[in-house]
Design a protein around this ligand. Structure first.
Ligand SMILES: [Ca+2]
Length: 359
């Protein structure tokens, strides 16, 4: 079988501040380490897109993948009617590896939106977009070149919450990637492109604790050491900045973006239901909500098109995902503690508030 050809669009962070959780970097590492995936390029999005691109370059460099190019995208939201541009307090981009600068001196070859359009149009039906941040770049690419909607193989996006699974009542209905640029999300969800929606409904079931972090560190490669540093920084951020959501007394984060990438390796990790998804984007309390509607019901809502284009993930095999992730990050053979560790299979969502508002 030929490798899945993908573009990863990411709001990658360092784990050093709220809003910069480290799971994008782990998702990138998962893709880099998987021969089943051919990473055509990495694009960055949402506030500080250029520093994010430099940081993505550094992650690729540590993983020995300088052959993969990074393309900075849009820092502002699509309509420029939401916070964008630069982060208010600035992300400390050297964090995670204080002994080195983040800029490894590579140049850009172009803009994220141009790269997306050209790669998809030159390879019809071949390219999967894996969107791990707000959907600004993807939406703008669709507006600029609508034919990518027909030519993209699939869009796998971490975003939204449909609250149709057993844990729905505990989830924040406005997930961060959608809420930060809901107009862009509306363009993407309503495009009729084939979408897999990896929302909070499943991502809040794949936890990552100090135990997994220790496995990363023990594996003894520079990239994993960097990732472990980032995760531990993130735990510290939660302990000091958001003690209110650390209710279990345990350091834990969630592998939201790695779960999206993992579907390229094993689609049976999740169960899905075909839906039509609309996005609330007016400036009221509910902005950023994703509303999933069964196609057969949408006619009553006068939505104009009853075809569901979104495979909404309803449930996930958390343990199988954990094993896959550790295997691909070269940690499985040192995972002596498995079966005792809490990749969260329950419907409990203790920190859903934070992770509904982080990325
Ligand atoms: Ca992300």
């Amino acid at each position: 079988m030929s490798a899945n050809r993908i573009i990863i669009d990411t709001d990658i962070g360092t784990g050093a501040v709220l809003g910069g959780d480290p799971d994008d970097a782990i998702a990138l590492a998962l893709a880099m380490n998987s021969p089943e995936i051919k990473l055509e390029g990495v694009t960055t999005v949402y506030r500080d897109a250029i520093p994010r691109a430099r940081f993505a370059q550094k992650i690729l460099h540590l993983g020995g993948r300088d052959d993969i190019d990074v393309y900075p995208g849009l820092s502002e939201t699509m309509l420029r009617n939401r916070p964008g541009g630069h982060t208010i307090d600035g992300l400390p981009w050297e964090a995670g590896r204080q002994d080195e600068g983040v800029d490894i001196g590579r140049e850009w070859k172009g803009h994220a939106v141009d790269f997306m359009i050209k790669t998809i149009m030159d390879n019809p039906g071949e390219i999967t977009l894996v969107a791990l941040g707000p959907l600004t770049n993807v939406a703008v690419a669709m507006v600029r070149e609508p034919r990518i909607i027909q030519h993209v193989k699939e869009i796998i996006l971490m975003g939204g919450a449909h609250r149709l699974g057993g844990n729905g009542a505990g989830l924040n209905p406005a997930e961060a990637n959608v809420k930060r640029d809901p107009e862009a999300a509306s363009v993407v969800f309503s495009s009729q492109a084939p979408i897999v929606m990896v929302g909070l409904d499943v991502t809040m079931k794949v936890g990552f604790t100090q135990n997994e972090c220790d496995l990363l560190r023990k594996s003894g490669n520079p990239l994993n050491e960097m990732l472990a540093n980032m995760v531990e920084q993130w735990f510290e951020v939660i302990r000091t900045k958001r003690p209110d959501i650390r209710q279990t007394g345990q350091d834990k984060t969630h592998m939201q973006d790695p779960l999206a990438v993992s579907l390229l390796l094993n689609r049976s990790l999740v169960t899905t239901r075909k839906m039509k998804v609309t996005v609330e984007y007016d400036h009221r309390v509910g902005t950023g909500q994703t509303v999933a509607i069964a196609p057969e019901e949408s006619i009553w809502l006068d939505l104009g098109n009853t075809r569901g284009n979104v495979e909404a993930c309803i449930d996930v095999d958390s343990e199988a995902f954990r094993e896959l992730l550790l295997e691909k990050l070269n940690c499985k053979n040192i995972d002596t503690a498995k079966r005792h560790l809490p990749f969260d299979r329950s419907s409990h969502t203790d920190d859903g508030i934070l992770f509904g508002s982080a990325d």
